[in-house]
Write a protein that binds this ligand. Structure first.
Ligand code: BTN
Length: 321
């Protein structure tokens, strides 16, 4: 749709071109010009706009480059094969197809944009173009189905520790696996697995990081509950550095997990958790549970002492903040 406009602006990037001129050359209305400019803005293009003078393309969206990622890579298994897509319905689907075709552990699929990004509990996951890190990692863990929630907690720990190394802000984990700055969500994790009997054939760790979104990039329903690394730190973040740092940290913890089990991961998770040892309310499929979150157990479930003093084990749900 905005391709001809982009060509025109690129061809005139050293000068301003008026809305009237664009409308004349592309045979579209002034309103259509304005709408297309806004669409390009939402994809990460930046413009100088002067009233009664026109528009000038200032910056093209920064794109993730395979060579930059590979040269920054410090992990050996994670990210061994990387596929970068411009736009896809969901990187989970692509990673799953690759895993079915025998892709090795550590294969990573990244997309600049997801058109049907998916979140936990069948929810959609907002994944606009060029501003986030939407990626899926193929795993072949030596663990049985009942322990796969541990991998989600491991991914949350790796993500939290690696992000805090690259971006100087304080990030906490909300049970089970949302990363928050204050009360706003900055990352989400979705782990999906394929099993045979009780054995995990493969798992796909889907990770969504709101990296360089601006406040105006969020739809109304997310404005009060989501934020980005750029908004919180006040500066654009280096997506390549975040991905390579995450892969290195994930690889270290994944190896530790296979050598020593979940115990060390649990200690790290508890240290980063914002959900423990305080009154919380969890919305589960069975209803609302209010109480004090006491501890995480080996299955990844949260133990709560409810308002009647009863100990309850919660396997999944949404913690109210
Ligand atoms: C959640 O917060 O509910 C989980 C969000 C997981 C989003 C990531 S983005 C990359 C991967 N592809 C998807 O469709 N979902 C995950």
């Amino acid at each position: 749709m905005s391709e001809p406009l982009l060509q025109l602006l690129l061809a005139n990037s050293d000068t301003y071109i008026s809305g009237e001129e664009i409308s004349r050359q592309l045979h579209i209305s002034r309103t259509a010009v304005w709408k297309q400019i806004n669409k390009l803005r939402s994809k990460g293009y930046e413009f100088d706009a002067i009233p009664r003078v026109g528009y000038r393309l200032k910056q093209k969206p920064e794109r993730l480059e395979l060579t930059a990622l590979l040269s920054g890579l410090r992990s050996t298994v994670m990210g061994k094969q990387i596929k970068i897509l411009d736009s896809t319905p969901s990187t989970q689907i692509v990673a799953q197809e690759l895993a079915e075709q025998g892709a090795p552990e550590g294969t990573l699929v990244i997309a600049e944009e997801q058109t049907s990004g998916r979140g936990r509990m069948g929810r959609p996951f907002y994944s606009p173009s060029g501003k986030g890190i939407w990626m899926s990692l193929v795993l072949k863990p030596q663990t049985s189905l009942q322990f796969t929630p541990q991998l989600t907690l491991l991914a949350a720990v790796a993500l939290c520790r690696s992000l805090q190394r690259v971006v100087p802000i304080s990030i906490g984990i909300k049970w089970p696996n949302d990363l928050l700055v204050g009360t706003r969500k900055i990352c989400g994790i979705l782990l999906e697995s394929s099993t045979e009997d009780e054995r995990v054939r493969y798992a796909i760790a889907g990770i969504g990081i709101s990296a360089n979104l601006d406040v105006e990039d969020y739809p109304e329903y997310l404005k009060d509950i989501a934020t980005s690394l750029k908004i919180e730190s006040g500066a654009k973040v280096d997506r390549t550095a975040i991905i390579t740092e995450f892969l290195a940290e994930f690889e270290t913890l994944y190896q530790l997990y296979h050598e020593q089990g979940f115990a060390p991961i649990r200690i790290l998770w508890e240290a980063l958790s914002i959900s423990l040892h305080r009154p919380i309310t969890i919305h589960t499929l069975q209803g609302k549970v209010t109480g004090i979150a006491e501890e995480l157990d080996d299955s990844g479930a949260l133990w709560i002492t409810d308002e009647f003093g009863e100990k309850r084990k919660i396997f999944s749900g949404d913690v109210e903040i």
